[in-house]
Design a protein around this ligand. Structure first.
Ligand SMILES: Cc1cc2nc3c(=O)[nH]c(=O)nc-3n(C[C@H](O)[C@H](O)[C@H](O)COP(=O)(O)OP(=O)(O)OC[C@H]3O[C@@H](n4cnc5c(N)ncnc54)[C@H](O)[C@@H]3O)c2cc1C
Length: 462
């Protein structure tokens, strides 16, 4: 009979590092994935230095860098009326990396196997096995795999979460439609591109451009409620949207687009119940947020590292379930501010007066630019930026932008004012420290063993 200390379902950013650390700490780990590697997964493939630090501590970073990962050292940033280029010193800021998921995920899986993890690919898990309300293993095509602990690192469509009826909370609708394409023939040192530009059809388009190992990725993101129109003629719409960020369009001019345009039509933001007797969820299986700020991969690495500590401590002190609950609490506390910031900045109707004010401030004031940039690797918390002193600097700028818009075109000015008022209302309503915000971010209560078996019974009947 197959029996392990831990069985992990899903072998990418969350699952493989978690398996590696647990094996490094002496546990018997089985890592299962329905995919074979290398294989692609939806991602724009840029990840933050706080996640890179985890990979360094695990010992896999040198291999990733040797395989051609791009380390961001320059960023070109644009909004509708602001543009600036900034040099980034990875020694000071930390290493933000661009790497194809086909390359990265394969390295992570192989590294786990080399650390002593039993890796089984092409191995879909169909269900979670329980005994008296406690999870005891998973079912695969070739039979059951038993373990003291089952981890769902199986992404947004998590089978582990579905089998256990782990419901969602704090859900958010999608802001934009992500579309992205890979190009060959772009110089490897052109740097990182990031922007949000007003569209004549309403709302703003979000942009990302980044060199990866051996290719360049461009992502164009239009408001979700305009996605059907975009998709009717996706290739020419992608190119015409790109033309409104000319610096980025120039980079891929003359380069070859490789493979189809990638699109993800269905997604939303959520948290899920993430721990119970003998089980936990990590990475996207437990929490997903707007991808615009590129947080998912580094969060998965950081979560894997934190959860591994809790698991090891649980096995050492016979208190596994308590440790799993404390992991879940930590995950929610760690994630909520960035969730809020992601929802706001991924907002398809983020007023361009606001983006112009923020980027204008960053362009003129290097200290402010530094503060903004440290949101990405979580050295600065979003609420530190959304503080009264920064808002006092931003407010007049936004107003000035609205007045300038009104001078150019009165109707546009009125619209800009309306957009800003609406955005401010949402900002206050959702603010994690406002009364309403606190209600909206109310986390699920930690459940008991009896709750789990009851809920499981209900979800089976449904
Ligand atoms: C459009 C888009 C763009 C993004 N861009 C970025 C970005 O630029 N930077 C960033 O940091 N993050 C980005 N993200 C988020 C990032 O991709 C994820 O947060 C990250 O991949 C999460 O890793 P994970 O290991 O939790 O899940 P996943 O990467 O989804 O891996 C889950 C694994 O589980 C396996 N699996 C699923 N079900 C089963 C089953 N039943 N049996 C066996 N195996 C199973 C799957 O095959 C898969 O390999 C983006 C996401 C999207 C959707």
């Amino acid at each position: 009979m197959d029996r392990y200390d831990v069985v992990i379902v899903g072998a990418r950013c969350a699952g493989s590092p978690l398996a590696t650390i647990l094996a490094q700490r002496g546990l018997r780990v089985c890592l299962l994935d329905k995919a074979t590697f290398p294989s692609e997964t939806p991602s724009t493939s840029a990840f933050q230095s706080n996640g890179v630090d985890v990979l360094r501590r695990i010992g896999v970073l040198d291999e990733i860098l040797a395989a051609g990962a791009y380390v961001v050292d320059k960023a070109t940033v644009t909004s509708t009326r602001q543009k600036f280029v900034v040099d980034i010193d990875p020694e000071v800021y930390g290493q933000t990396i661009g790497m194809r998921r086909t390359t990265l995920d394969k390295i992570l899986v192989d590294f786990a196997a080399a650390a002593g993890v039993e890796v089984r690919t092409n191995c879909p898990v169909s269900d979670v096995l329980t005994d008296g309300g406690r999870v005891i293993g998973v079912m695969t095509r070739s039979g059951p795999v038993y373990a003291e602990l089952v981890i769902g690192a199986d992404g947004r469509q998590s089978t582990v979460a579905k089998s256990l009826g782990a419901e969602e909370y704090c859900t958010r609708p999608p802001g934009r439609l992500p579309t992205w394409a890979f190009y060959e023939g772009v110089a490897p040192d052109v740097g990182f591109y990031f922007g949000t530009v007003k569209r004549p059809q309403g709302g703003t388009t979000g942009y990302l451009g980044i060199p990866l190992d051996g290719c360049f990725l461009v992502s164009v993101n239009v408001p979700m409620d305009q996605s059907s129109r975009f998709l009717e003629d996706r290739y020419s719409n992608f190119d015409s949207e790109l033309a409104r960020f000319p610096e980025l369009a120039d980079i891929v001019e003359g380069a070859t687009r490789v493979g189809p345009l990638r699109v993800l039509q269905k997604w939303h933001g959520y948290f899920r119940r993430s721990a119970g007797p003998g089980w936990a969820l990590v990475g996207d299986a437990g929490h997903f947020k707007d991808y615009s700020l590129g947080q998912g991969q580094s969060d998965a690495f950081r979560q894997a590292e934190y959860l591994a500590e809790r698991i090891v401590s649980g096995f050492d002190h016979q208190g596994l379930d308590e440790e799993l609950l404390s992991w879940w609490r930590w995950r929610d506390t760690d994630a909520w501010q960035m969730y809020w910031a992601n929802c706001l900045l991924g907002e398809a109707y983020l007023p361009s007066s606001m983006a112009d004010a923020m980027f204008g401030l960053a362009a003129r004031d290097p200290a402010m630019a530094e503060q903004f940039s440290y949101i990405f690797n979580k050295k600065v918390a979003p609420l530190q930026i959304a503080s009264p002193p920064t808002l006092a600097k931003l407010g007049p700028q936004v107003l000035w932008n609205v007045i300038a818009e009104a001078r150019r075109d009165r109707l546009q000015g009125l619209r800009a004012l309306g957009a800003f008022a609406l955005f401010s209302a949402r900002f206050l309503r959702d603010h994690p420290r406002s009364v309403l915000g606190t209600r909206r971010y109310r986390f699920a209560p930690i459940e008991s063993l009896a709750d789990v078996s009851q809920r499981r019974g209900r979800s089976r009947q449904g």
